[in-house]
Design a binder for this molecule. Structure first.
Ligand SMILES: *Cc1c(COP(=O)(O)O)cnc(C)c1O
Length: 392
């Protein structure tokens, strides 16, 4: 069901799979691997794609279709495909669009597993990647080669919370006739729509704020119809599809995305302001703090600052360890975008495999803490972090 010209919240709540004869108000779960046909002619026509209909849940399912339709409405995209995880979305998108010998220009600060794809696996197929630092967008053009096909970036970045100017990236991609692909996971479709700034495809790990409650894994790629067609054909044969159960959960989650993310951002800003004034903290990075190096860009392209706050405790590794061991309420976990506030030490966990030089290049220092601010009362989050800082 399409709801043209409706507001974000309405699209997120009201985009729905067509009702069955039972007239359910809430979309039911379609836990079925296959779908039946009236006769051989109908089956032939379905396989020949002469008629749009569900055939087999690796290809499509009413629950995954509803989820994808919603993300398309919220991102302003033409079409999409849903994946079992965010990494399945990242891998399948590249694998569907690239040929052996192609070249990628990517931001240096990207999700750890994406970095591993670029450095360890794509070279197996002679696909090489050149990197630019998040604050050196002007160097991108010098990295472009005759075989370059894709410019890739995330904004805000993980874990450094850097912000990249999407409009500038869009212009460079257009000028050189390259595809711009943006991992929009940290912003969610509620805070930022990269397609407006020239992105051809947008990828989400739905595991994070889209689920928002730490329950299921999921991913999605949306964007230009002809590109999604390639991604769909690749995926329907290789099998990274999202399960109908997880699609149902994620589609329900989208109904509350706007109110959840509003509160996440309000809490994160409060925590960031508190930390900025704390004597045991060296620096704080949050896109909507005036001290953020790309504050103006963040204000231009984001509705609010997101839920991730990065900061550095004074005293290096030892202080970092003491801080984490003193935390009482917040969770020590690798996930993010949950209702529960999570603190992570990137240097010893998610980014521990990076060389020292690469860590510094993406802004990871030994005392750096990444905090995914949740939906507890913000005073309780601040109290917990404060008591841990007081122990340093
Ligand atoms: C978590 C994450 C991914 C991968 O998503 P999974 O659902 O864990 O596979 C990709 N990109 C970013 C920015 C992420 O935070």
């Amino acid at each position: 069901m399409s709801l043209d010209h409706k507001n974000f919240e309405t699209q997120a709540v009201r985009t729905q799979t067509d009702k069955t004869q039972f007239l359910e108000h809430s979309t039911p779960m379609y836990l079925t691997s296959g779908f039946v046909f009236e006769d051989s002619e109908e089956m032939r026509a379905a396989f020949a794609e002469e008629k749009e209909r569900n055939l087999y849940s690796r290809f499509s399912n009413p629950n995954t279709t509803e989820f994808v339709d919603k993300i398309c409405a919220l991102e302003g995209a033409e079409d999409g495909y849903a994946f079992a995880t965010g990494m399945a979305a990242v891998f399948s998108t590249f694998a569907a669009l690239l040929d052996a010998g192609d070249h990628i220009v990517s931001a240096r600060s990207i999700f750890g597993s994406t970095h591993t794809l670029f450095t360890k696996y794509f070279p197996k197929w002679n696909i090489e990647t050149s990197y630019f630092k998040v604050d050196e967008i002007e160097k991108i053009e010098s990295l472009i080669q005759p075989n370059t096909k894709i410019i890739y970036a995330e904004s805000p970045t993980n874990p450094g919370v850097d912000v990249l100017d999407l409009e500038r990236l869009g212009k460079i991609a257009k000028k050189h006739n390259l595809l711009l692909i943006i991992d929009n996971c940290f912003a969610t479709p509620y805070l930022q729509n990269p397609i407006k700034f020239g992105a051809d495809l947008v990828i989400h790990s739905a595991t994070k704020l889209i689920d928002g409650q730490g329950r299921v894994l999921g991913g999605v790629t949306v964007g230009k119809k002809e590109l999604i067609r390639e991604i769909y054909l690749f995926s329907r044969n290789t099998g990274p599809a999202l399960s109908p159960f997880n699609a149902w959960v994620l589609s329900k989650s989208l109904e509350t995305l706007a109110v959840r993310v509003d509160r996440h951002c309000e809490n994160a800003l409060r925590l960031a302001e508190f930390l900025e004034a704390h004597p045991k903290v060296n620096w704080v990075k949050y896109p909507f703090l005036k001290s953020h190096p790309q504050y103006e860009v963040a204000k231009k392209q984001m509705k609010l600052g997101g839920n991730i706050v990065a900061f550095e405790v004074k005293g290096g590794v030892e202080a970092g360890k003491m801080f984490f061991d003193s935390i009482k309420m917040c969770s020590l976990s690798a996930n993010l975008g949950d209702t529960r506030t999570i603190v992570t030490h990137p240097a010893s966990t998610t980014h521990s495999k990076l060389e020292a030089e690469d860590k510094l290049a993406v802004g990871i220092t030994d005392g750096m803490v990444r905090c995914s601010v949740g939906l507890e009362h913000v005073d309780d989050v601040i109290d917990d972090i404060n008591q841990a800082l007081e122990k340093l």
